[in-house]
Ligand binder design. Structure first.
Ligand SMILES: [Zn+2]
Length: 360
């Protein structure tokens, strides 16, 4: 993720914190100052935020390590102001495995709370007098941390898909019905919760509104993913590979691309040199290029050079997801070092429509 600072690699998983997390610290200090707290009290409240932050990392690591048991790797764990995000390669398709992975996070918070409770019980720190909760200090720090972990576990278990509780709910549904149907139900319930959480946030904490937006968008996105993956499963990019295209050379003038564009259905071009992919040229690039350059100027001046390529045996599901998230409309496909053909978003969408129609 952009603008994130690496903190370390526990169990080989990169943990980073997004700079916006600093806003939380600034917010806490701001509120403390407004309430006229002294330096020591402010230090304790900042330490408390950092302690919660460690608990959130442990929560995400717990998801990741459970997923690893099922052969699923985690690309990274990022801490955002709204919480942690473990970027798993995918969620397990087996509902029982998804259930275990989803529960692992909240169970970690419950385990932390239990350990703190045991420690406090042994040291006589379980003082639930209301006067003990007016501010965070050295004597009630662990007690409040224990309660905060219980709250974290409970909040995450709200069945608002794609939060942990929503995933638990989806996996339980998926034991009884098809995965895409289960996700559809979970998505709608997730959106409903998002609405209530946003409403609740309006009256209490504005951060809840961000969480609600995150849930709403996440629920929709996950449903689309499942809807497509159930259709695309089992296919590789080779199934949608296109061989009919006109390769351009970096030294070709823009004029040549314009001629082909006006002459036929091709709207995106691959630029190759000595059999190697050098760039991609879309209709937009051509139009924009024409506003800045003469038609005789070489294509290399206007092509996109940051090209995402796929190996011919990449699963279609993975390629489609990557093209969607990176908003790529066309990508070269390689077989070894050789260019095997291209895949095009329009073409994949047609493939999807055909497959879905055939299933009905
Ligand atoms: Zn979680």
């Amino acid at each position: 993720m952009k603008y994130a600072v690496d903190l370390g690699r526990p169990f080989g998983i990169r943990v980073s914190v997004h700079w916006t997390f600093l806003l939380i610290i600034a917010w806490v200090i701001f509120i403390d100052l407004q309430q006229g707290l002294d330096l020591q009290q402010i230090v304790f409240s900042v330490l408390f935020v950092l302690a919660i932050f460690v608990c959130v990392v442990l929560h995400e690591l717990s998801h990741s390590l459970m997923a690893r048991r099922y052969g699923i790797n985690t690309r990274s764990i990022t801490l955002l102001p709204i919480g942690g995000v473990a970027d798993l390669e995918k969620m397990p398709d087996d509902p029982r495995q998804e259930l275990a992975v989803s529960l692992a996070g909240p169970l970690m918070n419950i385990a932390i709370a239990l350990v703190l409770w045991l420690f406090l019980a042994m040291t006589g720190g379980l003082d639930f007098e209301p006067s003990n909760f007016q501010e965070i200090n050295h004597s009630n720090f662990l007690l409040i941390l224990m309660l905060a972990n219980l709250m974290l576990a409970l909040f995450n278990l709200i069945p608002a898909f794609p939060m942990d509780g929503g995933r638990v709910f989806r996996s339980l549904l998926a034991l009884k019905m098809a995965r895409d149907q289960a996700t559809y139900v979970a998505m709608n319930i997730g959106k409903m919760f998002a609405f209530f959480i946003a409403l609740w946030g309006l009256y209490t904490n504005p951060f809840l509104i961000f969480i609600a937006i995150f849930i709403y968008i996440g629920a929709q996105r996950e449903y689309e993913l499942v809807k497509y993956s159930s259709v695309l499963a089992g296919y590789t990019v080779e199934h949608v590979l296109m061989h009919e295209y006109t390769p351009l050379h970096p030294d070709d003038p823009i004029r040549r691309a314009v001629d082909i564009l006006l002459d036929g259905p091709e709207q995106r071009f691959i630029v190759t040199e000595a059999g190697k992919v050098r760039g991609i040229l879309t209709r937009n690039d051509i139009i924009q290029g024409l506003t800045r350059y003469d038609q005789q100027v070489a294509i290399r001046n206007i092509m996109n050079t940051g090209v995402t390529t796929f190996s011919h045996d990449t699963s279609l599901e993975k390629a489609y997801e990557q093209m969607r998230t990176q908003q790529i409309t066309m990508a070269p496909v390689l077989k070894g070092e050789q260019l095997a053909g291209i895949i095009d978003m329009d073409n994949i969408n047609e493939f999807l429509m055909v497959r879905r129609a055939l299933r009905r």
